[in-house]
Every structure is written in C-alpha cells, then in structure tokens.
Design a protein around this ligand. Structure first.
Ligand code: F0G
Length: 401
C-alpha cells in the first residue's frame, strides 16, 4: 500500500509528510484491495465497515466516534421541488461532529497517531477544523486549526474551541490559510490533515459506498457541493475501486455544484480549460465552500469527466431557498453549503441538463445547527410575540392563516 503521484506515478510511503509529489502532482493511495459484499455484509453501516478497503499500518487502532452510517432519506416532496421523480438525501449532518469530514478524519487521525505524530493541523472553512479538533481530542493529540478570520460559522468555531484545538484566525481567506499551514507542515511542525492528504480521502470513499449499500440500485447521479473538491474526488476513487472489484453494475454521474461567487472549478469545466484559474476573492453565504483555489481540482475534473457528470453554479439566493425548502418540506436542516447540491439539481433539471426521470442522490454535507445565522437573518417576522393569554394566542393564529 503506497501513495502514488497521479501525474507521474512516482511512489511515496503511506506515512510520508509530503502532500504533493516533487513534480507538483497530487497523490493517492493505491493498494491491491481485496473484499466483496460478504466481507462486510454483517457489519453495521459506517466507515470502519469497509476496513479492508482503507489504509492500514501495523499497530493502528481506529480513533472513532461512530462516524458514517448516516441516513439515506427518500425525499418525495423535495423531488417535486427539484422537478424530478426520485430523490434521496444522504444526510451527512448526522455524523458525530455534524459533517462528512468525520469520515476522512477518523482515518486521518488514526493513521497520524499510529505514525507517532503528536501535533496535527489543518486550514479550514470550519467543518474540517471542528472534526479535526474532536478526533484529535479523542486520540490525545494536539490540534492546530487555521481559519479565515470572521468567516466561519459560529457553531463550527465553538466546536473547535471546546474540543481544545489551538485556533488561529488568519487575516485572509481559506486559500491563504491552507498555504500558510502547508508550509508549517513541510517544515515538520505538524502533520497536515486537509483533504490534500490522500489518507483523508480514503475515509471519505465510504460515503458513496454506503449510498450503494443503502440503495438497492445504483443511482443515475450523485450530486455534491464542491469547495476544495476533495469529496467528489473521493467518490470517484471509491466508485472506480468498486467497479474494479466487480461490484458496480454501472457508473453514476458525479455532479458538482459551486456557489456563484466561489466557482473557479465550475468555470474551468464550463470553458473546457485544462487548468484552473483561481478566484482571488471568493464570496458566498455558504462559507464552508468559500474557496478560490480548490486544491483537488485535477482529481475532481477526472471525476466529472470520466463519469459523464457535470458542474454548475448557484446563487446565494438559490442556496438559501433550497435550504429552507429541504427543512420545511422534509424536516432536514442543513447548512447553506449542503443546500447547494439541491439548488444545483433544481437548476440542472430546469435547464434540462438532468432528465426528470433520473434517480438522484444529493449529498447534504453539514448540519444546519452549525450555522443558523443565515436562516435567522432572512427570517424577519417569523417569530411573533404574544401575551400568555389563550385568546391572544388564538387571535394571532387566526390572523396567520
Ligand atoms: N460542504 C461542507 C459543509 C463543507 O464543509 C465543505 C468543505 C464542502 C461541502 C466541500 O467539500 O472541499 O471536499 O469539495 N469544507 C472544508 C472545511 C473546506 O474546511 O471544512 P470539498
């Protein structure tokens, strides 16, 4: 089991501190995986169910909080809102720290601990930081998290603080935070657990495997919000590996959605360019995906192109409308970045890039409770003050309808 450069095939040991090959290429874990349905049939749904298909080093003991095993919810009213026949929501907000990041983090922190690291770090728009802080606490490691000052949701900041991370707010954006901590990691001050670390993406493979195991048929399409482009890349790797094991009857189309103000990947794909032009000033209400230079873009590009998928953008208004629709029609409260997947699906159906007869899975990546700000900001008049008097309450309710 080794890390391979996806550009030049040079190999590195699994426990390397390098996050890029000398040629600048991204890395990925390759191994001679051996498993089939019988291997995990009797195990509960969750990340470690698929342990034969995850990185392994001698002496490692999983650092776990019970991640994965999130619900796949058939959502008929939301399907109608999006304009399609069949929609399922894979709600990653049900993870221990409230986002899909826990899948990558349980694997990343487990490996970091087994390698003997005592300090782990990341740059983050909030969720990676919260997840790293929790798993580092669980493992007895020190976490250093660098976040863009004033630009992360309050709940996520509170999570990082309460789990005991060293929280540094950088006067800049996520891309600058990542570059800064990346240099510290190269010096050997800490072990980097951003999704540029291929071990993180290994854990995130389990998301789409769970979808396949929860749904009796392969979906036509899986829709992801895209920020740093790690998650959609992990999905592609997971599907390719499952295909190689003869366990994927057909390939679902991987589809990415970016916020209009932070959409360098979508723009690259739309223009047919083969390199990414960064967005120097990314801006969106969906702070989790407020990213101007998605580091995993080469993997994400392959994910979309090789599965016949697509990438689109949505406005902040469309994101907030989708968030509200999902919460009020299905009872699922997600953060704005997560709602981008649904807003994007609706748009793609509207412009007929997605056929209404498709069976679609939308990934909602983070819990709405992490970031209630936008909802409250846009809910003026939603709470009506009343006297503790039944007549007044009745009159108010009657006036409502
Ligand atoms: N949705 C949420 C809720 C996220 O927190 C992120 C990324 C994404 C989607 C995008 O996933 O980066 O793999 O394309 N959040 C990172 C963080 C960047 O620091 O928490 P991606």
């Amino acid at each position: 089991m080794l890390n391979y450069c996806i550009a030049c095939d040079l190999t590195y040991p699994l426990d390397t501190n390098r996050m890029r090959c000398g040629c600048g290429g991204l890395m990925e874990v390759r191994a001679d995986w051996k498993a089939d349905h019988d291997t995990w049939r009797d195990r509960p749904l969750g990340v470690w169910r698929y342990r034969e298909m995850l990185p392994h080093i001698d002496g490692m003991v999983p650092v776990t909080l019970g991640e994965g095993g999130t619900g796949l919810h058939r959502a008929d009213r939301m399907a109608q809102w999006c304009g399609i026949d069949e929609l399922h929501i894979k709600n990653e907000g049900e993870n221990p720290t409230g986002s899909f990041k826990d899948r990558g983090m349980t694997v990343g922190v487990t490996m970091a601990k087994a390698m003997g690291h005592s300090v782990v770090g990341c740059a983050s728009t909030g969720n990676t930081a919260a997840s790293l802080a929790a798993y580092a606490a669980r493992a007895g490691l020190t976490a250093v998290v660098v976040v863009p000052a004033g630009k992360i949701a309050l709940g996520k900041l509170a999570q990082s603080i309460v789990h005991g991370a060293r929280v540094l707010a950088v006067k800049g954006n996520f891309d600058q935070a990542l570059e800064t901590i990346g240099l510290l990691a190269e010096e050997g001050s800490l072990y980097l657990l951003n999704s540029i670390n291929p071990l993180r993406l290994e854990g995130q493979k389990t998301l789409v495997w769970e979808v396949l195991d929860q749904l009796d048929e392969v979906p036509d399409r899986v829709v992801y919000p895209v920020g740093n482009a790690g998650n959609i890349s992990a999905a592609h790797k997971a599907l390719v590996e499952r295909d190689r094991m003869g366990m994927l009857p057909r390939m679902p189309r991987l589809t990415g959605v970016q916020a209009e103000g932070a959409a360098p990947f979508a723009r690259m794909m739309a223009s047919g360019a083969d390199t990414l032009t960064s967005e120097p000033r990314p801006e969106t209400v969906a702070t989790a995906i407020r990213i101007g230079h998605p580091v995993s873009w080469p993997k994400a590009r392959a994910a979309v192109m090789e599965t016949g998928g697509t990438v689109t953008t949505v406005t902040d208004e469309e994101i907030l409308a989708a968030q509200r629709a999902l919460a009020s029609l299905e009872g699922i409260f997600v953060e704005p970045a997560s709602a981008a997947s649904l807003a994007g699906l609706r748009k793609l159906v509207h412009v007929r890039e997605v056929d209404a007869r498709e069976r679609v899975v939308c990934i909602t990546t983070g819990n709405g409770l992490k970031d209630p700000d936008a909802v409250l900001r846009t809910s003026e008049g939603a709470v009506i003050e009343v006297e503790p008097d039944p007549r007044h309450v009745r009159a108010t309710l009657e006036a409502w309808s």
